[in-house]
Design a protein. Structure first.
Length: 116
């Protein structure tokens, strides 16, 4: 079974930083585009960032551009999301998944709360 496990979330003050990690199990990441998604309370899940398998090119939602950085370590089956200058509106559960996402591959996510 293909599965993602996210970690690294927590409570952080506005302006702070967090680094999220995502490990893939049951398959190797090498051949897949992977993205980070988030879902805030009462809102739909949205794409935050993605990284290609071919040349590791990256894309970001306008709301996080210049603050977040996605990276991958295919040798260890990991994808990361470095989040800087966090804002209260970044509060959400963060998930990783294939791009395009697959309904049967959502993990538990990791909670990020930005609050003073």
């Amino acid at each position: 079974q293909w599965q993602f496990v996210e970690s690294g979330g927590g409570l952080v003050q506005p302006g702070g930083s967090l680094r999220l990690s995502c490990v893939a199990s049951g398959f190797t990441l090498n051949y897949y585009d992977i993205g980070w998604f988030r879902q805030a309370p009462g809102k739909e899940r949205e794409g935050v960032s993605c990284i290609s398998y071919s040349d590791h090119s990256t894309k970001y939602a306008d709301s996080v551009k210049g603050r977040f950085a996605i990276s991958r370590d295919d040798a260890n089956n990991m994808v990361y999301l470095q989040m800087n200058s966090l804002k209260p509106e970044d509060t959400a559960v963060y998930y990783c998944n294939f791009v395009p996402s697959r309904d049967d591959s959502w993990g538990q996510g990791t909670q990020v709360t930005v609050s003073s």
